[in-house]
Design a protein around this ligand. Structure first.
Ligand code: C2G
Length: 134
């Protein structure tokens, strides 16, 4: 069984997220999504609208997703790849090169992002600032 892994916040789920999840799944038979906890998002300087639990529940409902794990640190990727027998690591090309150290453990694939959509764009189009999005 060819196992694929990808990471992200996946807040305010949109078609850009769905596209990368579908394409990641197409690279193997089993897709693990490692979703950022609220605490890790704070480290990324991000504040998700949906809680970790809600983002996890939403991801688990997607047909391309087989398993959802928590992302707590930047440093957990090598252990995640080894402990889950992962064959392919996938991220959007905004991360190109940033995770090449994983090439010692698995295939590393950067996929083109979906243009014109992002969680940040959704919030700004709605005229919502972070303090309002409580
Ligand atoms: N993405 C995409 N197209 C978009 C928006 C996002 O392909 N229009 C991809 C991103 O490239 C990423 C995934 O969807 O691979 C999740 O995006 P985010 O939730 O913004 O995740 P990010 O903040 O990039 O967190 O350790 C890695 C980090 O957790 C990645």
């Amino acid at each position: 069984m060819k196992k694929v892994i990808t990471y992200g916040t996946f807040d305010l789920l949109h078609v850009g997220h769905i596209n990368i999840l579908r394409r990641a799944k197409e690279l193997g038979d089993y897709l693990i999504v490692v979703v950022s906890t609220d605490e890790f998002n704070a480290l990324k300087g991000k504040k998700a609208y949906y809680s970790f639990e809600d983002r996890k529940t939403i991801l688990e409902a997607i047909k391309y997703v087989d398993e959802v794990l928590p992302e707590n640190t930047w440093e957990q990727k090598i252990d995640d790849v080894k402990n889950n027998d992962v064959d392919v690591f996938v991220m959007g090309h905004d991360w190109t090169g940033k995770f090449d150290f994983l090439k010692d453990y698995c295939e590393v694939v950067y996929l083109p992002r979906t243009e014109g959509i992002s969680t940040t764009k959704i919030k700004s189009d709605l005229g919502v600032t972070d303090k309002e999005a409580k």
